[in-house]
Design a protein around this ligand. Sequence first.
Ligand code: F3S
Length: 422
Amino acid sequence: MRLSKEEQAILAGQRGPAEKRALEIVVTLGRVYGAERLVPVESVQVAGVSYRNLGDAGLEFLQDWAQEGARVRVPTTLNPSGMDREQWQKQGFSETFAAKQEQVISAYQAMGIEPTCTCTPYEVGNRPRFGEHLAWSESSAVVYANSVIGARSNREGGPSALAAAICGRTAEYGLQCTEHRKATHRVEVYCRIRQPHEYAALGYMIGAQVGDGIPYFVGLDLPPLPADHAEPSTVAGSAASDTLKLFGAALASSGAVALYHIEGVTPEARVWSEACPPNVATIKVHSVQEAIARLNHPIEQIDLVVIGCPHASLAELTEIARYVRGKHLRSALWVTTARAIRRQAEAQGVLQTIESAGGLVIADGCVVIAPMHELAFRTLATNSAKMASYALPLAGLQVRFGSLESCLDAAISGTWAKDISQ
Ligand code: F3S
């Protein structure tokens, strides 16, 4: 690998042990993947925030690096933690967990990282431009940045993203390179996919088939996204963006998809004639019902409804508020979102409407990485295929998956209505 004089000096320790360690991680990864050089990153998004996953060993690793002098060189935001930092008591989590969770976030803040605690950084200021190099680690955010915006990020692990933030660089391999962004599969969709949860089911189905491949979808009816090389994308928060959030998150969770193209819709598919080479494997889709059925366990009683995986936009919060206005919810309803979006919802009275019905709008957190074993919930309903596929293995919850309306109806009645699993 060719390293610049500056990079060689960092490796020699001239900018301190913390940056030396960071660059060593980035260079080692680059050598493993055959990179020829490093490239500067415009922003970083770091996962690995929940104390439930990190434990004391992970917390000490972060504190040590911070004490060694690690400071980020580029704008860096954080993935969700295991709780709402202001409402963890309402969620029912223990003081012990909350205290440890705060220590994790403090360690990241000591390195200069913004405690955004969201998986939708592109909705709260960390909004990349087409073609920019990034080092992001939340899989749903990576697939969004690559596919919906046309920026470039590999699926970084938490430590490798943090290392990239500290040295301001990543190795140029994989999706950082144009030649590795071509489709590996052509997916021809012959059924009408209308609702967001149907997109999620399609993503869940195709992710399982293509693994870490790059699917190129044909036959999806979505408005074209801007192929904008100069200005930050203005797509975030729109209906198409919200649908693609659910879609990409599902692709990235049942498989390891980090980039997809949609013919005539996503930016690279619109401006790049080679996005889908001829003779790639073809997958034909005639229905997503089987995928929807696979995501549904045979339960009726719903203890908890979770919307906002990935984190809900203001438009989604507004839609939820409209649906539950004046209602009295029988199940718990948690809507997870970014704190900045929660504030906007509060300013518009949207938050108050959801809370008057009995729902909770949770910032900073994610159910999948929360200490759900501390609570009494046993069943969950969601419109997110990612949440549906992770809820049992990672949070111990049986699941119903369906449309937003089906989930909110379940929150209102306390049960999953028969015949609405689709
Ligand atoms: Fe976000 Fe957690 Fe879902 S990180 S994408 S809310 S599993």
